[in-house]
Design a protein around this ligand. Structure first.
Ligand code: UD1
Ligand code: CA
Length: 463
């Protein structure tokens, strides 16, 4: 059975008041449209068509990497008109039970299970509508049934603007999603007119056509309200963000993660936790983050694309991106690990320490106010407060190699390329521009002098 999926994304999104097309606004780090595309990937083989219009170029660019094709709708004359543009793209197989699923690019949390139920209800033979009963149905298309009860046969959909006061009392609404037999959909959509209050081609008018032609119409109920909510305004976007974050937080807690407060947790990507992980409030996770067992993350950390080893503790206000943290390491508070930072087991990185493109072997410590860039740091190295690697000569980056058991005093400048020999000590305040021997003390600063007989100047008396 051929499955075609049409995702409508041509609408203007006026209420977003944004230059960015509505479907490209981000929810949990991914564009709204991407949520829908990712969901369709779970439906098996399908041909996906995205209807673009407002901001078409940006939307087309955003989906360039996916299997979906795009079709432009210019101007936008309604949802029926949108589907008309997709017709030449739909499967031409005849009488094989081909089904077309219609989704909206601005309804991001629709679940694969619900979409599958809709496709099954259609089965290439019936028109299946996704509906839900709302307390306040204002603005939505209402489901007309024979008799008042929800059990009555579906007869049609009437748009809010075209509905009579009695019809506006109906609380079962059309969610904007349906599955239709492809061959029939083509016939119906081609026959649509625009004789209504808005002068638009309403896709929803195909329901009455199906009823007229004796094609069964079935309504599938959405599992919950969240999966059929659309985004029209920044307020609605933020509301969906919280709902999605809550869902993600619940899934993590069910997996055993202890979140201090699920309402103050943000995941914009994927978090793969080990056992007994604790996450304090206000943390943001982005990209793919892997946590070992018993990892503790303090409040207000931002962690993107990182791997944190068993038992590591990340203290509050730490920023980690593109980095690896070894087992039992302590990081922060206020530390910054930048791309290419790889901390071995039991490494300590303290407050206001920045590490970039550097490896620190087991037990190395940089506890305060320091910079390590393009460095290879040996085991048990102690790197003093205020010390930096001068890794950039204004044109190129160079490496600093620090051997095992080195102690670098405070306020040292290691001018790369340079190697500090194993077991050596660098005296505080040194500026090191050539390699130093192992095990010796190297001091590179002006020798201290005290001037006997020196007297402090006194202020000249006023004339
Ligand atoms: C539509 C339904 C209504 C349903 C509601 C659910 C019709 C006529 N009405 O209402 O029954 O309750 O969705 O939210 O279908 N779009 C285009 N091209 C257009 C017009 C719309 O691509 O010319 C896209 C929009 O970007 C959006 C979707 O279609 O993704 C729905 O459009 P919208 O204007 O929000 O739907 P309504 O007309 O309010
Ligand atoms: Ca509309």
């Amino acid at each position: 059975m051929a499955l075609d999926i049409v995702i409508m994304a041509a609408g203007k999104g006026t209420r977003m008041k944004s230059r960015l097309p509505k479907v490209l606004h981000r929810l949990a780090g991914r564009p709204l449209l991407q949520h829908v595309l990712d969901m369709t990937a779970e439906l098996g083989r399908a041909h996906t068509i995205v209807i673009t219009g407002h901001g078409a170029e940006a939307v087309e660019q955003a989906i360039a990497g996916s299997d979906a094709v795009s079709v432009r709708q210019m101007p936008q004359l309604g949802t029926g008109h949108a589907v008309q543009q997709a017709l030449p793209q739909l499967s031409t197989e005849q009488g094989d039970g081909g089904t077309t699923l219609i989704l909206n690019g601005d309804v991001p949390l629709i679940e694969a299970g619900t979409a599958r139920a809709l496709i099954e209800a259609c089965g290439g033979k019936q028109l299946a509508l996704l509906t839900i009963v709302l307390d306040d149905a204002t603005g939505y298309g209402r489901i007309l049934r024979s008799g008042d009860a929800l059990g009555g046969r579906v007869l049609g959909i009437v748009e809010h603007k075209d509905a009579t006061p009695a019809q506006r009392e109906i609380r079962e609404i059309y969610t904007g999603m349906m599955a239709a037999p492809t061959a029939l959909l083509k016939r119906w959509v081609t026959a649509l007119g625009n004789n209504n209050t808005q002068g638009e081609y309403y896709l929803t008018d195909i329901v009455a056509m199906a009823v007229d032609q004796g094609v069964p119409v079935v309504a599938t109920h959405a599992r919950d309200e969240t999966e059929v909510l659309g985004v029209n305004s920044p307020l609605q976007l933020a509301d969906l963000e919280r709902r999605l974050q809550r869902r993600q937080a619940e899934a993590l807690m069910e997996a055993g993660v202890r979140l201090a407060d699920p309402a103050r947790f943000d995941l914009r990507g994927e978090l793969l936790p080990g056992q007994d992980c604790e996450i304090d409030i206000g943390c943001v996770f982005e990209g793919q983050v892997v946590l070992g067992d018993s990892v503790r993350i303090g409040a207000h950390c931002v962690i993107r694309d990182a791997e944190i080893g068993d038992g590591a503790v990340i203290h509050p206000f730490t920023h980690i991106e593109g980095a690896k943290v070894g087992a039992g390491a302590l990081v922060g508070p206020y530390a910054r690990l930048r791309p290419g930072a790889e901390l071995g087991d039991e490494v300590h990185i303290g407050n206001f320490v920045e590490v970039k493109n550097s490896t620190l072997a087991k037990g190395a410590k940089a506890n305060h106010l320091a910079y390590l860039g393009d460095a290879t740091v040996g085991e048990r190295v102690n790197y003093g407060a205020g010390s930096i690697t001068a890794n950039y000569d204004g044109a190129n980056k160079h490496r600093t190699v620090i051997g095992d058991d080195v102690h670098v005093g405070s306020n040292c400048v290691l001018i790369a390329p340079v190697t500090i020999g194993e077991g050596g000590t660098i005296g505080g305040g040194s500026t090191i521009s050539s390699d130093t021997p192992p095990k010796q003390l190297t001091v590179a600063r002006a020798r201290q002098a005290s001037l006997a007989g020196w007297t402090r100047p006194v202020k000249a008396p006023k004339a």
